[in-house]
Design a protein around this ligand. Structure first.
Ligand SMILES: C[S@@+](CC[C@H](N)C(=O)[O-])C[C@H]1O[C@@H](n2cnc3c(N)ncnc32)[C@H](O)[C@@H]1O
Length: 235
């Protein structure tokens, strides 16, 4: 089996919608519907764009997006062009200052990505999301739930449905200083990639440092075993 990293995945599967592509942005359509002033938005860590950017473009929004892999940018560009849309893309790392002006966006989205790092990285990304989003604008996103983490004889694991449908126990190495941060030990699936898992209480207090009206719901996807926190907050 081949080793799957994000860059490798997007270059091989630029038009696929599976575990790497989120499926929950539609849950925020009622908010967009009510807030017609939300016109210009940012999609942080956009991947191939099919999870968030494209659905938002189809709703008539002006969408800017960035990702740190060239393969993702190319895939997102192609997917937008195929439908006749202009997606304003940049290559950038969410752990560094975002390449946009303060208050530039009416709202900011970050789905299935913000948890790739230490808590300090996540906090930095949240501070940048807050900075580039207008006062009164929203942050919408998904994060990983600690409820997925199981322990067996001092080993941590999570049940994962692989791309071929097989269910495996994916063992995780716990970070030495951050007990909710794990590195995937499965050589075929995001090997040694950091993933931070939040309890609802920790997430609420983290998001509340940056946003008002924080709302957290639990969501799962049919073909997957992942449990996500679906979150929103206002600047
Ligand atoms: C599971 S995919 C989700 C893609 C998209 N947000 C969606 O929900 O469909 C995670 C994405 O995060 C990107 N990513 C991971 N770490 C990043 C970082 N530090 N800066 C920018 N993008 C990052 C990866 O390249 C990948 O495209």
């Amino acid at each position: 089996m081949e080793k799957i990293t994000h860059a490798h995945y997007w270059s091989k599967n630029p038009t696929k919608t599976d575990v790497f592509v989120s499926a929950f942005v539609h849950r925020f359509y009622p908010v967009l519907q009510k807030n017609k002033k939300i016109k210009k938005v940012l999609d942080v860590a956009c991947g191939n764009g099919l999870g968030v950017s494209l659905p938002l473009l189809r709703r008539g929004l002006k969408v800017h997006a960035f990702d740190h892999t060239t393969a993702a940018i190319k895939a997102a560009q192609k997917n937008a062009e195929k439908e006749g849309f202009t997606l304003l893309l940049k290559k950038s790392n969410m752990h560094k200052p975002f390449p946009y002006r303060t208050g530039f966006f009416d709202s900011t989205f970050c789905f299935q990505a913000i948890y790739h790092g230490k808590l300090a990285n996540i906090i930095f990304t949240l501070s940048e999301i807050k900075r580039v989003t207008k006062k009164g604008g929203y942050f919408f996103g998904t994060l990983l739930s600690y409820d997925m983490i199981k322990k067996e004889k001092n080993k941590f694991y999570m049940k994962v449905k692989l791309l071929d449908g097989k269910i495996i126990k994916s063992y995780h190495k716990q970070d030495k200083s951050e007990p909710h941060l794990f590195y995937y030990l499965n050589k075929n699936f995001e090997y040694m990639q950091p993933h931070y898992y939040f309890t609802k209480e920790e997430l609420k207090s983290t998001l509340s440092q940056f946003f008002k009206d924080v709302k957290i719901r639990v969501v799962t996807r049919k073909n997957d075993l992942s449990v996500y926190w679906l979150v929103s907050g206002r600047v």
